[in-house]
Design a protein. Structure first.
Length: 278
């Protein structure tokens, strides 16, 4: 049977698993025959469609692996709502140099100020740029480490969570941590120390970490590692969730801005692009 060049192109596209190009082939050929496309433009269109589809499939699958199920972007963040937040600093972080430098970004602020939104948005940027990420709340991480320890696979679990280029630990300080949990978390942070970037979000100041982790010694050891190559960003504004109903929240439940202890002050305000501190 005589196969035409077009038949062979179809076979090649099947063989190369280029389903998107295959799908676009007939329409593109028709446009070529009608003089709307040149041969070069046809090739460009087919390869372009295929690349676009593969890229979007890659991002989707990396998002799933990173557990990024809620998608937030920097474009959808209204910086004008949080005047205390330096937009330039956040946009500099989106260049992702902090990942290469293995730095720890602390996003601090009261509930609803956009900490998780920004953490997710930075993770989305990282995934789009081909970096691996892993997103979880502190409670989820501790629960998963506790289960792994019980099942005798703690080392494996720690190395799995510590592996991605960017680890996002959301909601430090919302729930109290039992001593065993704090120890497990310390093992993870120790495994991760100087090996990869972390974003932590918290509604509590560092001076409260002893209380958060139920143990001053473990909290001090955690802070020692998590403030070594750190970028601290504080959001001192109002809750975006409550923006239409803020006046309904009683005064007694309004949270004061977070205050970090004095020794950390010199670390704040450091632009992310500077050299690492020792
Ligand atoms: P936090 O983690 O600080 O408690 P979130 O990041 O979860 O707050 O924000 C609460 C909700 O409000 C989310 O749906 C988030 O997308 C939205 N949000 C918060 N701040 C902003 C903002 N400045 N612009 C747009 N959406 C925001
Ligand atoms: Mg949050």
């Amino acid at each position: 049977m005589n196969r035409t060049p077009l038949d062979r192109i179809r076979d090649h596209l099947v063989c190369l698993k280029m389903s998107c190009a295959l799908e676009a082939l007939d329409t593109s050929i028709r446009r070529l025959e009608q003089g709307e496309l040149s041969a070069l433009e046809l090739l460009d269109t087919l390869l372009g469609e295929e690349c676009l589809m593969r890229e979007s499939r890659r991002i989707k699958s990396s998002m799933m692996t990173a557990r990024l199920t809620r998608i937030k972007t920097l474009q959808s963040f209204d910086f004008s709502f949080q005047p205390s937040l330096d937009k330039e600093r956040v946009m500099a972080l989106a260049q992702l140099d902090f990942i290469d430098r293995g730095e720890v970004v602390h996003l601090l602020g009261p509930p609803g100020t956009g900490k998780s939104h920004l953490a997710i948005a930075l993770a989305v940027e990282a995934v789009k740029a081909g970096r691996s990420a892993y997103f979880a709340t502190l409670a989820e991480i501790i629960e998963s480490l506790t289960r792994a320890e019980r099942e005798g696979r703690l080392a494996h679990r720690i190395s799995y969570i510590a592996r991605p280029a960017l680890l996002i630990i959301d909601e430090v300080g919302y729930l109290p941590i039992q001593k065993g949990g704090a120890n497990l978390f310390f093992q993870l942070i120790n495994a991760r120390y100087e090996r990869g970037a972390i974003i932590l979000t918290s509604n509590r100041g560092f001076s409260e970490w002893g209380e958060v982790f139920g143990d001053n010694v473990v909290a001090a050891a955690l802070l020692d590692r998590l403030l070594h190559h750190a970028i601290v960003i504080e959001i001192a504004g109002n809750s975006y969730r409550l923006r239409q109903h803020a006046r309904l929240v009683p005064e007694s439940l309004r949270l004061p801005p977070i205050s970090a202890p004095d020794p950390l002050k010199k670390r704040r305000g450091r632009p992310p692009k500077l050299q690492q501190e020792d």
